[in-house]
Design a protein around this ligand. Structure first.
Ligand code: AMP
Length: 207
């Protein structure tokens, strides 16, 4: 599959989970802005140091930092890929449009209370970026990643207070992208509540 896909939807809507399936089962390359930023934070690079203060508060990292991180990577992509967490502002979407054309913008629709519950019970793998949920998708062995045996952790921005702020930021800055992609005729709405596999099948059916 060589489609170029943007995953829209609020934090906790399942973008990472579905991107992982698309990567593992359909051979897409996944480019996650959040994963790249967390790696920069862990390595304490200049970008990581600047990004951390925004991420810890659940705010967006300034456009110029994120665009600098993503533009060249997207430019160098070949074949099908999924953008997970980019674009998150109309300015970022304009930049993306100037470098490539997007085939599908998949919007995962989930209500706020469900998002808070999902995010506060989420556990992530720092090694391969797989995501788990303590109730809906528990790892086979507690605290250990099924995919790579990495040690699972709770993201510092997955606490209730920060999550609520991330949802507010989503509504203000990212929600307008739904209309942006609708106007371009590539918006695909998917109900993001339900069985992970059913949602994956629904995505697969529209590609
Ligand atoms: P995520 O892993 O997609 O939930 O992103 C985690 C955090 O990284 C967000 O709350 C932002 O602080 C930052 N971030 C990720 N993607 C972007 C983006 N496209 N623009 C600005 N900040 C971003």
């Amino acid at each position: 599959m060589d489609a170029r896909i943007v995953l829209l939807g609020p934090p906790g809507s399942g973008k990472g989970t579905q991107a992982e399936r698309l990567e593992d089962e359909l051979g897409f390359v996944r480019l996650s802005t959040g994963d790249l930023l967390r790696e920069a934070v862990r390595k304490q690079t200049e970008l990581g140091k600047q990004a951390k203060e925004f991420m810890d508060k659940g705010q967006l990292v300034p456009n110029e930092l994120v665009i600098g991180l993503m533009k060249e990577r997207i430019d160098n992509m070949e074949g099908g890929y999924i953008l997970d967490g980019f674009p998150r502002t109309v300015e970022q979407a304009d930049v993306l449009e100037s470098i490539t054309s997007i085939d599908h913008a998949i919007n995962l629709d989930v209500d706020d209370e469900e998002l808070v519950s999902r995010l506060t019970k989420r556990r992530s793998c720092p090694e391969c970026n797989a995501v788990f949920h303590l109730l809906y998708k528990p790892p086979k062995t507690e605290g250990v990643c099924d995919r790579c045996n990495g040690e699972l952790y709770q993201r510092s921005d997955d606490t209730e207070e920060t999550v609520r702020n991330r949802l507010k930021v989503y509504r203000e800055s990212t929600f307008p992208l739904i209309e942006f992609y609708e106007k371009r005729g590539v918006l695909r709405n998917i109900d993001g509540i339900g069985d992970i596999d059913d949602i994956f099948q629904a995505i697969k059916a529209l590609l």
